[in-house]
Design a protein around this ligand. Structure first.
Ligand code: MSP
Length: 487
């Protein structure tokens, strides 16, 4: 009897389309892609969702500045995000856009009306601090020297009548849920951060903006004076894409999410607001929220507003998709911030890709071109080493430690290099060629190395899919071709 395949639902945030994507945006998508590919290899039925968040005030301003109407503008930028996924080899199964009236809007409206029906939305006059960078009302806790910590901008003081969501009502429940890992917040430091934020007390939050200030957004279903505020609109993407509005099969099958991958700047939105909404809707809660750090430039978050962005399209054009994936996955410790410099990038490229991986594969395949060993057994030392590597690799992946998974693979690469230095197979090779003897020793060495490379290629599949495929092809055709030409 065949066992039913397990499902795995993974998401990235939906990206703001006020500007072209930068390298920082690639990061959430790449780590989510590694997980999606890893779970597909575990034979799970994976649904991997990404998309674009298109109704913010920033979008309208950016469109005006570009002399375009918002619709035209968001179409262009959303296409750039789709292209970015393609060039980075991101294997998403779907791409949701919040301007999609057919797929997204019915869910948003359904959620709104349900929340209203449950009595958790109410209207009130409100005066507060608004950060346009966050697209959110913020509090004094979010400021440092009078400026928003994330965007280093002074917030505006806004007074208006809005719908509020009774988040305060859920404070105790949320605390318990997070404390008990009913939603796992990874890493622990972020879990602690959320818990201490909740303990300071949660305020009700604004879920609408006056229609005249945000005409571009989805209107509140039963009140023409208000627009649904961007965060409510955005978080609902995780269920709209599954067809929540019509209670479709995909929704029944894939919800709740197994992993929401998000950057640290949107931790609270996902762990507190989204959870609060799901509790009111009486929907199952996501299992894990994984929070990563930021790509920085000289210690500052890479962002358009700070003017320090690196163009991922240029980077891929110059160094190739897998080199960019490798750098981000290996160099950045996923739960911390990590700095990008061209110097570091080229160092990693030359040392790890051109020399480390590329060189090992080239050496072994070249020897195979000359001496084609029949499939042979591997010695115990090799088998043990590879088992150990696989274990450490799986553990790292289960713990979202992408860099550590790569470290163990490269440790194996180094180990193989040492083995080659010690065994000097090329010396045996020249003896075999001159004497025309089938050398048992050479056969064993090459089978060991082939076995290792085969396993390396397998482990690289989620990380460097193209390179992994190239290695497997070279192993089959026994034709060597440089994987990463030196720069
Ligand atoms: N639209 C909201 C998310 C709504 S999800 C329901 C948003 N968009 S964003 O475009 O600003 O950010 C999307 C993702 O990109 C976030 O996970 C964010 O952390 C990530 N990054 C943006 N700049 C980044 C870096 N410099 N480094 C790493 N990730 C960064 O927030």
């Amino acid at each position: 009897m065949s066992e039913k395949r397990k499902k795995f639902y993974i998401t990235t945030p939906i990206y703001y389309v006020n500007d072209k994507p930068h390298l920082g945006h690639s990061y959430t998508s790449i780590i989510a892609d590694v997980l999606a590919r890893h779970h597909r290899l575990l034979d799970k039925e994976v649904f991997f969702l990404t998309g674009t968040d298109e109704h913010g005030t920033k979008v309208v301003k950016a469109a005006e500045k570009a002399g375009k109407n918002p619709k035209e503008f968001v179409n262009e930028i959303s296409t750039e995000f789709k292209k970015l996924n393609q060039i980075l080899n991101v294997s998403n199964n779907d791409f949701i856009r919040t301007t999609d009236k057919k797929r997204h809007w019915p869910t948003v409206k359904k959620i709104w009306l349900k929340l209203k029906e449950k009595g958790v939305l109410y209207k009130k006059k409100y005066k507060g601090l608004y950060c346009i960078g966050c697209e959110a009302f913020i509090t004094k806790k979010d400021l440092k020297n009078g400026k928003c910590i994330s965007h280093q901008k002074e917030p505006e003081i806004i007074e208006e009548e809005n719908y509020f969501f009774k988040l305060s009502k859920y404070a105790k429940k949320l605390e318990k849920i997070i404390q008990k890992n009913e939603i796992k917040i990874i890493p622990q430091t972020r879990k602690n951060e959320v818990l201490s934020f909740i303990k300071q007390g949660l305020e009700d939050i604004s879920f609408s903006r006056p229609r005249e200030d945000l005409k571009w957004a989805i209107p509140v279903p039963d009140d023409s004076s208000a627009s649904i505020y961007v965060w409510t609109d955005a978080l609902s993407n995780y269920i709209s894409a599954l067809g929540y509005a019509e209670n479709g099969d995909k929704f029944k099958k894939f919800w709740p999410a197994d992993v929401h991958c998000v950057g640290k700047d949107i931790l609270k939105f996902h762990s507190i607001i989204w959870t609060g909404m799901l509790l009111s809707l009486k929907l199952p809660l996501p299992k894990t929220v994984f929070i990563h750090g930021h790509i920085t430039i000289a210690g500052q978050k890479m962002s358009k507003s700070l003017g320090n962005v690196v163009d991922p399209f240029e980077l891929v054009k110059k160094y190739g998709t897998d080199a960019v994936r490798y750098f981000l996955l290996r160099e950045i410790s996923p739960t911390e911030d990590g700095d990008f410099t061209y110097q570091k990038f080229e160092q990693r490229y030359n040392a790890d890709l051109a020399n480390g991986l590329g060189n090992l594969v080239a050496r072994v395949i070249t020897m195979m071109e000359k001496f084609n060993p029949p499939a042979g057994g591997q010695n115990l030392k090799f088998k043990t080493k590879i088992n150990k590597t696989q274990k450490a690799y799986k553990k790292a992946l289960n713990e979202f430690k992408f860099n550590e998974a790569l470290i163990v693979i490269w440790e194996l690469i180094g180990w193989c290099d040492k083995y080659i230095e010690q065994q000097k197979p090329w010396e045996l090779l020249s003896q075999v060629q001159s004497s025309n003897l089938k050398d048992q020793k050479l056969k064993e060495i090459l089978s060991n190395l082939l076995f290792a490379i085969d396993n390396i290629a397998e482990m690289l599949k989620p990380f460097l899919p193209e390179t992994s495929e190239k290695i497997i092809k070279q192993l089959k055709t026994k034709k060597s071709k440089p994987l990463f030409p030196r720069i």
